[in-house]
Structure formats: structure tokens, C-alpha cells
Design a binder for this molecule. Structure first.
Ligand code: SF4
Length: 433
């Protein structure tokens, strides 16, 4: 069936993985004849790829769904993503939603659209994620300069505060040769920098009896690929071999994103995380020993159930003394069906916000220090097409944000620069070499 002359609009909430999947689904719609339009425009179909990592994400997902329905009450509205998989009953209460498609049905979306008729009743297709072994490739291109390449999906860790294993199923991936094929296609689409994404990418190879390090070694040889960025890797899966390989690679960026979640061993125990803080500190030291200028970003949750004042202070002091570049601090958000709900005491919402504020303040100091240490350094920047205020932005290999006057010929180019001054927006101005 061709949908020539029909319009489709997409909205993605949440993580890099969701963005890679929406971009892939949208390309499939274009193959079916749809014209892709901005979500703010009138469209025949609206697709919302939702997120459910926090209560705030649930709320945002509902707001975006309602926006689509208001924008064109005649349009077909399709909701997918983690919120759809986990809380379809809540979404079903929103009048005007036609399809709620869970994690497995996401990639077969156009099979359901038929004549683009509005449905009297919402069609819901969910499958339990307990045994989900289906793996669908995804890569974002055409939306942004850098591409999110999906290399892994699902998670087997079941941290007590997290719902992602319930939304996305078991840890799985495709083989290294097939994943490399996807990377090559992405490069052929004009992409110079790929960001590896998934749910627990360090666990790559679990369903194919392969290893993440071997994937990195193969990716490092992909013709025409200028830069590879590893997004989040669980600290217990970040081996010396991986760190040493990154240190020796010309393509893999010295940029690590490590989810710590708490700097207190007591809280890590309550979260059922797979490591103690000593391992985390040792990983940071290892990275800095072979890559002194590496950027290390750290995820941390403030105010989880059971995080007493003393545990928070212990966590704060541990993080304060870590040689890392930036903290991504979030207030704990209760998630339905998680074990954390049984843990006491519960930290008040105000106190969670206060602890998060303290961590963000600490993060600002760390980031400023990291930027100051890199002043006058020569580095390579990939300038991106997302320009604002007639300024062009980009990131160095060690994830420093730079800007310069808008020069269209520099978009998607890897350019050699020297970091000069930090401007009032906290970005580096550059001198071209
Ligand atoms: S590792 Fe833990 S926090 Fe991360 S997705 Fe898996 S269960 Fe969630």
C-alpha cells in the first residue's frame, strides 16, 4: 500500500536509543510514501515514541500525545516506546489515541495503519518483555550531524529503582558483522561521527556469544568513519582492555559516560548495583592514567529510598573527590512495579530536589575546572548543523563544547582548532589552525 501524498510527524522523548529508533521508523514511513513533516504541523499520522524513566517523562509523554490530538483530531495517533509498553492502560484513557504499540510491534507500525481511518477503540498490542529476544537495528541519520547507532537493547540487571528491563526486555544484540554493516550504511549516509547507543551496551555480545571489545575493534576499522563515541557503559563492564583500546585508537573519542548512581556503598547495595564505589574510583583512575584529558560524565540519582542524610553525605564526599568532568544528577522518581518502593525511609521530594541542587552545583565546579585545564589545547571539532544565534557549535574529541561564527562550509566537517576563551555561555571560542 502506498501512502503517497500523506504526511507523518514524529516526536521522540527520552534517550539516544529512542532517537535512533524513531529515525529508523520514520525512514520506513518515507519508503511507504509518507512525507515527513515537523510535529508542529498538520499531519495525517502522529507517532510519539514515549519514555517512562521518571514520573516527569510519563507526564511529558501524555502532554505530547494530547498536543497531537488537538493539532489534528482527524489524524491517526500512534504511541510507542517505554511508556506505551509499561502503562498502556493509562494512555488508553486519553481520547483520540488510535494505536498503542509495545516494544516488539514498534518496528511494524505501518502494518497497522490501513486506510488511515480513526479507530472507534484504541488498538493495543503489547508482548511480555520477559522472554523478548527480538532485536531490531536502528540508527539515526538525516536528523542531526552525529548519528546514534543502536548496538544493543534490553537489560538483565534489574536495579531496584529501574523499569527499563520491564519495558525493553532481556539484554540482546545482533552479531558484530551485521552491526558493522549498519555502521557502514550510516557512514554512507554521510555521517562522520557515530555514538554507540543501547540500554546496557557494555553487555554487548551476551546474546551472540561475542564481546564488546571485539565490536569496538571492528568499528575502529570502518572506512570513512571519523569518530566513534561510546555512550553509557556500566562501570563493572568497563574493562582495562576497553580503556587501553580507546587510549590507542585514533577514532574512539576519549569520552566516557559512567552511571554511578550513588557514591555510598550502602545505597549501591539497596539499588542492587553490580559494583562497589571502590571499583568506580579505580575505573576513573585507570582512565585518567592512560587518557589524562578524557571527559568523564557520571550519572547519579539523589534521594533514592533508603538514602539517609548520612548516606547522602557519604555519597557527596565520595563524588566530590572523584577526578571526573561532569555529574548528571537527577532526583529519584518512584517507578511502578520496582523493588525500591519497598525500601525505607522515603526521602521527601523537597529533600531530593535539595540534594540534586547540591550535586549540580558541584558538577558546575568540576566542569569549569575541566574546561580551564583544556585552555589553549589543540583539538579536532566536528561542527554540527544545529546552529543557533548565527553561531556554529561542535564538540571536541573530549566532549568540550565549542562555538564560532556561522560558516556553512564547516558543517559536518572535522576541523583542527585551538581552544581560546570560555565565553559567557560556558562554551569555548576557537582559533582555526
Ligand atoms: S543497568 Fe540498571 S539502571 Fe541501567 S537499564 Fe539496567 S536495570 Fe536500569
Amino acid at each position: 500500500m502506498s501512502y503517497k501524498g500523506k504526511k507523518a510527524a514524529f516526536f521522540t522523548l527520552g534517550c539516544k536509543l529512542n532517537f535512533s529508533e524513531t529515525s529508523t521508523i520514520a525512514r520506513h514511513f518515507e519508503v511507504m510514501g509518507f512525507e515527513r513533516v515537523d510535529f508542529k504541523e498538520q499531519s495525517d499520522v502522529y507517532v510519539i515514541n514515549s519514555c517512562s524513566v521518571t514520573a516527569e517523562s510519563d507526564k511529558k509523554s501524555r502532554n505530547i500525545i494530547r498536543q497531537a490530538i488537538r493539532r489534528n483530531p482527524e489524524a491517526v495517533v500512534v504511541v510507542t516506546g517505554c511508556y506505551a509498553q509499561l502503562q498502556a492502560d493509562v494512555i488508553k484513557e486519553i481520547e483520540g489515541v488510535d494505536y498503542i504499540l509495545g516494544t516488539n510491534a514498534k518496528f511494524r507500525m505501518t502494518d497497522f495503519l490501513g486506510d488511515l481511518e480513526k479507530r472507534d477503540e484504541t488498538y493495543v498490542l503489547l508482548q511480555s518483555q520477559n522472554k523478548n529476544r527480538d532485536y531490531f537495528h536502528a540508527a539515526s541519520w538525516g536528523d542531526r550531524t552525529r548519528s546514534f547507532l543502536k548496538v544493543q537493547d534490553g537489560c538483565d540487571y534489574f536495579c531496584t529503582y529501574c523499569t527499563i528491563p520491564f519495558a525493553r526486555g532481556r539484554s540482546r544484540n545482533d552479531t558484530i558483522p551485521n552491526t558493522i554493516k549498519k555502521a557502514e550504511e550510516t557512514v554512507q549516509a554521510g555521517i562522520n561521527e557515530i555514538i554507540l547507543t543501547g540500554v546496557n551496551i557494555g553487555d554487548f555480545g551476551k546474546s551472540t556469544n561475542e564481546k564488546f571489545i571485539d565490536l569496538l575493534k571492528k568499528l575502529d576499522q570502518v572506512e570513512g568513519l571519523e569518530r566513534i563515541r561510546i555512550s553509557s557503559v556500566e562501570p563493572n563492564l568497563l574493562t582495562d582492555e576497553i580503556i587501553d583500546f580507546v587510549a590507542g585508537s585514533k577514532r574512539i573519542a576519549p569520552h566516557f559516560h559512567l552511571p554511578l548512581q550513588s557514591g555510598s556503598n550502602d545505597v549501591l547495595e539497596l539499588m542492587k548495583r553490580k559494583y562497589k564505589r571502590e571499583l568506580f574510583a579505580e575505573r576513573v583512575e585507570k582512565i585518567k592514567s592512560v587518557l589524562p584529558d578524557a571527559f568523564i560524565g557520571v550519572d547519579i540519582i539523589a534521594g533514592t529510598n533508603g538514602e539517609t542524610d548520612d548516606f547522602f553525605l557519604d555519597s557527596y564526599e565520595f563524588v566530590r573527590d572523584l577526578n571526573v568532568s561532569q555529574l548528571h544528577a537527577f532526583p529519584y522518581s518512584e517507578r511502578p512495579g520496582t523493588k525500591a518502593l519497598e525500601i525505607k525511609p522515603v526521602v521527601s521530594v523537597d529533600e531530593r530536589k535539595e540534594r540534586t541542587r547540591k550535586l549540580i552545583q558541584l558538577s558546575e565546579k568540576k566542569l569549569r575546572l575541566f574546561y580551564e585545564k583544556n585552555k589553549r589545547k589543540e583539538c579536532m571539532v566536528l561542527f554540527e548543523n544545529e546552529s543557533t544565534r548565527d553561531r556554529l557549535h561542535g564538540f571536541t574529541e573530549n566532549y568540550i563544547r565549542v562555538e564560532t561564527g556561522y560558516r556553512p562550509e564547516l558543517v559536518n566537517q572535522m576541523v583542527s582548532v585551538k581552544l581560546s576563551e570560555i565565553n559567557n555561555l560556558g562554551n569555548f571560542e576557537v582559533e582555526f589552525l
